[in-house]
Write a protein that binds this ligand. Sequence first.
Ligand code: HEM
Length: 459
Amino acid sequence: MGAEANIGMTMPTTDITTLEVSDIQATVLRPRPSPYKGEYIILRIDDAAQAREMVRRLLPHVAPADDWWVPTLPGWLGIAFTYQGLKALGVPQASLDSFPKEFREGMASRASILNDVGDNAPTNWEYPFGSVDMHVALAIYSKDDHSLETVLERARQSHHDLPGVSVIYRMKFSELPGGRNPFGFRDGLHNPHVEGSGFHAHPGYGSLVKAGEFVMGYPDELGRVATSPEPEALRRNGTFLAFRKFHTRVAAFRKYLREQASTSEGEELIAAKMVGRWRSGAPLVLAPELDDPNLGADADRNNTFSYEGDMQGLKCPFSSHIRRVNPRDALKNDLVAVDLHYFLRRGTNYGPPLPEGVLEDDGAERGGVFLLIGAHLQRQFEFVQSQWMTDGNFIGHGTEQDPIVGNGEGDGIFTIPKRPIRRRLHGLPQFVAVRGGEYCFMPGLRALKWLAVLDTEHG
Ligand code: HEM
């Protein structure tokens, strides 16, 4: 679900100075620790001056990307603002107007584009998602409960005497055993390799992607450097993130696998066909018939694959989750520029795991929260969500949706290419429900200072 599991092997390289890593928030460029404990906190601003004071106090604790995870650091604090939050903080209207349309409108207003309908519709979201009250999002990552408490205390101190800033939502998260997601799949195996980010990616992460795709102030894949939002002092080293909270229906997933299992396709193979990887993380393209846990655990091998030798989807179905959301070279004959649709994923899990073997829902809330990070919300997150995930046309599959993350409004079919004839699974339930989401702007550290002194220097 997240994209952090391979981090143990990442190493600093010599290109560390290429990006202004000391000015970019760590959450953007660096994977969170593993194992992790953490909390998301959402704040509402009723008094702009008090909110700026809070930003001033928080600033020394916001982790920059050059502060790599070191043992002395209790945790990371990341901070991001919604459009309503920037407005409540007192950002001048001309600057607010220069933000991209999708950010200004907010995620709930984009529901028809994102196919957030039915169970996923904003009317079913938890408060404060989709409301005008969601202003500031704090993400705190720590390695244990004690360190988390240390960072939480710093966050508390930043606003405890400021009644014009209120905590309206708190959500704890933590790593599940074995670094798996609630469905039991190994989590966070792939992220794009950001040029100049200072980290050497494992083989198979694909070619370097221009930094401007993920951080403003640098050329992107089209050779362009962002010119908005204005002013440059606010934009530089900032980025956007799509915050999405999901509930996972684990019992329904297990039950469906049991019902669909046959002598030729057992439960585990069907699960792997849906995701494109076995639960161990081993990709189907490299391990088409049997799981290979050593391959799944090997960060130098578990991404080293392409779809070139599987253009009929006989190993990894066209409709599987990972082939849809990152078709790698599978679309090269259609001349689709896949690298214009990359984003970084920072995912976390919440809730208790459903005990092994249980097939009945226990009513517990469990799932994941994603931060999908990129400089171009529309052509990155929105495109992947609305096209590759929800529409089957690009793979010749009509209204077939992503079998894991689909919204249940499709035709409930999952196609497994096979010889002599394909197998089609029917009656696919909705396994994942959106509990809320919002678009946020994650400024660079100098830009945070700019926001903190808005009243005195540029107000
Ligand atoms: C609860 C919802 C979701 C679940 C359970 C889930 C599950 C997974 C799993 C198991 C993997 C393979 C391991 C990995 O590389 O992390 C994966 C990869 C990925 N997911 Fe998701 N995912 C979810 C939602 C999303 C969403 C909303 C997006 C984007 C809109 C997304 C985009 C990706 C991408 C880009 C990859 C990497 C593909 C690759 O190149 O291998 N996922 N996901």
